[in-house]
Design a protein around this ligand. Structure first.
Ligand code: 6R9
Length: 655
């Protein structure tokens, strides 16, 4: 094995065919149909995308050119004009969808709102007019820092309607993180709330806003619009802060959608790298609308009566693409929930599926592992028979978690789509199509039509079967990142220069390790920064973790490399246990043996540390970088501002 690849050790042979009854009614019914689409998109991508763009979206003006590719800069549907908000709302108002629920919302305290397409359109128009009234013009950036309430979607759509790119900052971020993002984006207006509910507690959003903006730290901000959500007393800065309700009341509900050039930016979304300040990922209008629209339709097999619940926060790309833009562009009904499982009713998520007859449920492996830890009695006590399709995103899913999801939530009848993609890709890239793809637990399976994915070594040569390497994308796709905001050099160096172009073919560098098995299935092994080198074997962390998580005592596992003179690195595992287990030397031994049995002696953890919780980003990804420093006995440096709970780190230091 050449040193610039990664070794793969996961062995997973189970195969699940889509239920016949599912395939029969699916949008894409046969494997041959998928292959045909894939082949068409590969051999003639421009006509493939043009035909779908013409059929699926409303254009004010047709494009002159489908793709303008000047590596690494791509433009899609050049010269075309459309409006993302128009495609999500206005075009559904003429027929039956007018009074169809667009958004079913549940607040933590038990309040519920059902908003039809016609009502959503009205509220969006009012807010769009309010923004215009405050001087927001096409091209101005608007910050959004809201809890998961309908106003979050309304604010995003209002921005899209007038062509003001939004930058949504996750409501769990601190004042400091908020300030950095608003500064970089030079935002003119910020939309926030007094607070939001999470785990039966108030998240004090407005307080963070006041801190972020104190002493004119973000001089570009002229106004702050405040949604009244919790109703607790907050500071109102005269002249700067305005109540959402007041603005809405004064605003007209007539607001034509601004025709946008296909390549006008639709939003900026910040994503943190391992080093340096967060990158402002820039997405545009036509390609983004098209790709999220189509992937929602095909990956989730969307049908007119579906109730689609994506549990992400709108502060992440998953919330942008699969709560707001993709589903609404298709005229679907979405469910939105304000908080998290509540202490007083930890099964509340399952209540919502039962109550609203949710048909499609899309969540993250980290949430699934939490559900497992909370116990299957909770979902089992509810009627989940409305579900017909499950999805996951955000991390590789451990096969044992996949099996639990399949059995307990899916009742062994729902296909699971394990969808691999990134903030930068805008939409789902590698995924089963639920009516046709035979799934293997832990594999995201095959690329979506139009996506040319490969696994290569550092020189850009494809690696062999079952060899780990670097996941790359070899051809532009409509919803790809256009640039890093105000920093095209960083765009070029982060995504296009790690692997040199081969024969003029540029490769988008995903930063993930992967392998392709003998059946062509892709297995994402995790971030490359997380690879461990044990005695010359470069192992993906996910695979060792999966062996650990397959033990009934283990709730979550994170493995990292610790420098070792003998082996280069040795494996240290951080483990959280299921509630009914207690740490012991005996258990450590058992877990080490489990890894040896599943993978081999080379992956035997040198040490296992039991802990209460693992350090995670706010979107639920384990931050192995910090654990690596801890394991090496080094001081933990670098950015810790994206951690969900910083006290986890302090507690780990004392293990
Ligand atoms: C959508 C989203 C992107 C990173 C990505 C990869 C990991 C996401 C995955 C997955 C394995 C999957 N990732 N989905 N790894 N299997 N199905 O999560 O975007 O927050 O930008 O993260 O998440 O490592 O590179 P983002």
């Amino acid at each position: 094995m050449s040193p610039n690849t990664i070794e793969s050790v996961l062995q997973e042979e189970r195969l699940f065919s889509p239920p016949v009854s599912f395939s029969k009614n699916a949008r894409i019914k046969t494997w041959e149909a998928y292959q045909e689409l894939y082949e068409k998109a590969r051999s003639d991508p421009e006509s493939f995308w043009a035909e779908i763009a013409e059929r699926e979206l409303h254009w004010f003006k047709k494009w002159d050119k489908v793709l303008d590719w000047k590596p690494p800069f791509a433009q899609w549907f050049v010269g075309g004009q459309l409006n993302l908000c128009y495609n999500c709302l206005d075009r559904h108002l003429d027929g039956d969808r007018r009074d169809k629920p667009a958004l079913i919302w549940e607040g933590e305290p038990g309040d519920c709102r059902i908003i039809t397409y016609a009502q959503l359109h009205r509220e969006v128009c009012e807010m769009a007019n309010a923004l215009k009234h405050l001087g927001v013009r096409k091209g101005d950036r608007v910050g959004i820092y809201l809890p998961m309430i309908p106003e979050a979607a309304i604010a995003m759509l209002a921005c899209a309607r007038i062509g003001a790119p939004h930058t949504v900052v996750f409501g769990g971020f601190s004042a400091e993180a908020l300030k950095d993002r608003l500064l970089d984006a030079n935002a003119k207006v910020l939309i926030t709330a007094d607070g939001g509910w999470r785990k039966e507690d108030i998240v004090h959003l407005k307080q963070q806003v006041d801190r972020a903006l104190a002493d004119d730290k973000v001089p570009s901000i002229e106004h702050v619009i405040v949604v009244r959500r919790t109703g607790h007393p907050i500071h109102i800065e005269p002249g700067r802060d305005l109540w959402w309700d007041d603005l809405q009341e004064e605003a007209s509900d007539q607001c034509p959608a601004e025709p946008m050039d296909s390549e006008d930016p639709s939003f900026i979304l910040y994503t943190s790298g391992t080093t340096g300040k967060p990158k402002g990922v820039v997405h545009t209008t036509g390609g983004y609308n098209l790709y999220t629209h189509l992937t929602t339709q095909w990956v989730f097999d969307l049908q007119e009566n579906d109730v689609f619940w994506c549990t992400a926060d709108v502060g992440w790309i998953t919330g942008h693409s699969y709560i707001v833009y993709g589903p609404l562009s298709n005229g679907a009904t979405i469910l939105m929930y304000e908080g998290a499982p509540r202490p007083s009713n930890p099964g509340c998520l399952w209540d919502l599926i039962e109550k609203h007859r949710v048909t499609i449920f899309y969540t993250a492996p980290t949430a699934i592992r939490l559900f497992i830890k909370m116990g299957e009695e909770l979902p089992k006590a509810r009627d989940l028979s409305s579900l017909r399709l499950l999805g996951t995103v955000g991390e590789p899913i451990n096969p044992s978690a996949w099996m639990w999801y399949h059995r307990v939530i899916g009742g062994e009848r729902c296909p699971i789509v394990d969808t691999w993609w990134q903030t930068e890709t805008g939409g789902i890239m590698i995924t089963p199509l639920p009516g046709v793809t035979k799934t293997k637990p832990g594999s995201a399976t095959f690329p979506f039509p139009g996506i040319i994915a490969d696994v290569v070594d550092l020189d850009g040569n494809p690696v062999g079967e079952n060899q780990g390497g670097y996941l790359v994308i070899k051809y532009p796709w409509p919803s790809m990142i256009r640039t890093v905001y105000k920093n095209p050099d960083r765009y070029r160096s982060t995504y296009w220069e790690n692997i040199p172009p081969k024969n003029g073919e540029y490769m988008y560098f995903t930063g993930d390790g992967a392998r392709r098995d003998r059946d062509g299935y892709l297995w994402v092994m995790g971030r490359i920064d997380d690879v461990i080198n044990v005695a010359g074997h470069r192992l993906g962390t996910m695979e060792v973790e999966s062996a650990l998580v397959s033990h009934p005592a283990v709730a979550e596992a994170a493995v990292v490399g610790k420098p070792s003179e003998l082996k280069g690195e040795e494996i240290i595992a951080f483990i959280t246990l299921e509630d009914s287990y207690t740490p012991s030397e005996e258990l450590k031994k058992e877990l080490k043996n489990r890894v040896v049995e599943e993978i081999g002696a080379l992956a035997r953890p040198e040490d296992i540390q039991f802990c209460e919780a693992l350090p995670k980003t706010r979107s639920g990804k384990i931050v192995r970088r910090l654990l690596r420093s801890l394991a090496a006995g080094e001081e933990v440096t670098g950015d810790t501002s994206t951690l969900e709970d910083r006290s986890v780190l302090d507690r780990l230091r004392n293990v």
